[in-house]
Design a protein around this ligand. Structure first.
Ligand code: TAP
Length: 494
């Protein structure tokens, strides 16, 4: 049977002969080929950015009110819900995520993000400040024009919404670049945008590798802002490249987040939260707390609780409703996670998991790793300090509050954290002391479009989500207006 060609999306249509289609997109749960993907070279990227620039500069986009753009986003969210089963199928094939989590988690979160920015579109306020009596000072916001949204493979649909919704709400055009391994969700998202009435060209998609297509996109002079989600190494590279043309850059990068469990915590809830955080999406989640810091006095008891429950986690075919953990999404990430594991298992105690998993047909050729729990992990070990981005949860013991904070903050990243204690003052004190963009206190991973995420340290720069995340898609402009014809101008000397 002939397989589909995944081609870039320009002016509301698939551009089938944009370039060579020789990259195979794979279903990570089964190892089967889903089709061939086109790679956009510099010329193809140039054509797609030109389409975005033209759509941005012309009617109907330039004549549309913010409220109308908000209305288009509401229609997008509605369409997404009406077509949710088709979207779930697309994401399931592309990423191998468990079907129950796609239905109950990702799709509702994506719709919530879009609806938040739909409502926010006409809430952008400028200001008037006092100057001299003869002058009025205005401050306002303007869209950048063409924005690049560069996406990772771990949550293609959610990440597309995180870039597209604020970009559209603020009147920009956006060119998305999905990870080469996971183009399906982004293409489906862009098509839905057109179906919702967003003018063709306002949401375009380039396809191809980061080094060729991504690089051409970030270097294009008409791209005035880059919103990137991915690894710290690539984020740093993008920031350096963007400096040549003074582009505004937003970077959401890696994390090595800590959950701190004090002896007085509700251990039952804390154990559930730790396992969710460590193993949801097979650990391929930037904000997951892959380090569990446990007060020494309860460490043995807590490790036993985690082990007993981790052994019951259902790993397997993402189509089964009962599946909790799916495969690694890419072959390369599977290899990276296994290489971390082979090093860690000689230095630490493996409480459960620790290697690949055999999943029966049709999933026997997928990228499967057992949910793995390690104890005896300490700062300085690679498994403690570096982001693995796989289903590996490390237990680290601490003796008191000061040591817990010091261990949590000892890594180069600063994305998220979580604190578990019944002592309210301590909970807030420790949450404040964590050098991270977000902290959950006695809860875990709850996501709200209305609160911003601003990564600290090597986890990134800028802000995503919330009103501030939307303002990041706008440049500032001040206008000073003279209203007194008799006011002096010039040197004021005569
Ligand atoms: P990366 O390898 O950094 O790739 C991210 C995106 O950048 C991909 O689309 C990639 O393209 C592209 N890219 C690579 N080189 C580029 C270049 N020179 N110019 C422009 N684009 C380029 O990350 P990943 O492995 O896909 O994602 C996992 C990482 O994302 C983890 O570190 C995770 O923590 C992070 N992440 C962070 C967050 C937040 S909110 N902080 C959320 C999700 C994920 P190709 O892959 O096609 O080559």
């Amino acid at each position: 049977m002939t397989q589909p060609t995944f081609a870039p999306f320009i002016d509301g249509e698939s551009w089938q002969d944009a370039g060579p289609a020789d990259f195979t997109v794979t279903n990570p749960a089964t190892g089967e080929s889903l089709g061939q993907e086109t790679e956009c070279d510099r010329a193809a990227v140039g054509k797609i950015v030109a389409s975005s620039q033209s759509a941005f500069q012309q009617r109907p986009w330039q004549k549309m009110s913010a409220a109308e753009r908000g209305g288009l986003l509401l229609r997008l969210a509605d369409l997404m819900e009406q077509q949710s089963e088709a979207i779930v199928e697309t994401e399931l094939l592309d990423t191998g995520k468990p079907i129950s989590q796609l239905r109950a988690g990702e799709l509702p979160l994506t719709a919530a993000i879009i609806r938040f920015y739909a409502g926010a579109a006409d809430k952008v306020e400028g200001s008037i400040k006092s100057g001299t009596p003869g002058e009025v000072l205005m401050q306002m916001y303007e869209p950048y024009g063409v924005v690049a949204g560069i996406l990772p493979w771990n949550y293609p649909f959610v990440n597309a919404a995180l870039k597209v919704a604020p970009a559209i709400a603020t009147g920009n055009a956006i060119v998305l670049k999905p990870a080469q391994e996971t183009p399906l969700g982004t293409l489906a998202f862009a098509k839905l945008c057109v179906e919702a009435g967003i003018p063709p060209g306002i949401v375009n998609v380039v396809l191809g590798s980061g080094s060729v297509t991504g690089q051409a996109l970030i270097e294009h002079p008409d791209v005035r802002k880059i919103s990137f989600t991915g690894s710290t190494a690539v984020g740093q590279h993008i920031q350096k490249s963007a400096a040549d043309q003074m582009k505004m850059v937003n970077l959401e990068c890696g994390g090595k987040n800590a959950m701190i469990v004090f002896a007085d915590a509700d251990l039952d809830r804390a154990a559930e939260a730790a396992l969710l955080s460590g193993f949801v999406n097979a650990g391929q989640l930037c904000v997951s707390c892959s380090r569990v810091l446990v007060e020494s006095s309860i460490a043995a008891e807590f490790e036993a609780m985690l082990t007993e429950r981790a052994q019951k986690i259902v790993l397997g075919n993402p189509r089964n409703e009962s599946t909790q953990v799916g495969p690694m999404i890419t072959r390369s990430q599977y290899d990276i996670a296994l290489s971390y594991l082979s090093e860690a298992t000689s230095d630490c105690n493996v409480l459960c998991g620790g290697s690949t998993a055999d999943i029966p047909s049709p999933c026997n050729d997928g990228y499967w790793i057992q949910p793995t729990l390690l104890s005896g992990v300490r700062p300085g070990m690679k498994v403690h300090d570096e982001e693995i981005f796989g289903p590996v949860l490390s237990v680290v013991r601490f003796k008191d509050e000061q040591e817990a904070v010091s261990i949590a903050n000892s890594v180069n990243y600063g994305l998220s954290g979580s604190v578990w204690t019944k002592d309210g003052s301590r909970g807030l004190r420790v949450s404040k002391a964590l050098d991270t963009g977000i902290c959950w206190l006695n809860t875990m991973l709850t996501g709200y479009p209305q609160i911003s995420l601003s990564p600290h340290k090597l986890s990134g720069t800028g802000v995503e989500l919330g009103m501030e995340g939307m303002l990041a898609y706008l440049k500032r402009k001040s206008i000073v207006i003279g209203i007194d014809d008799d006011a002096p101008v010039g040197w004021g000397l005569g």
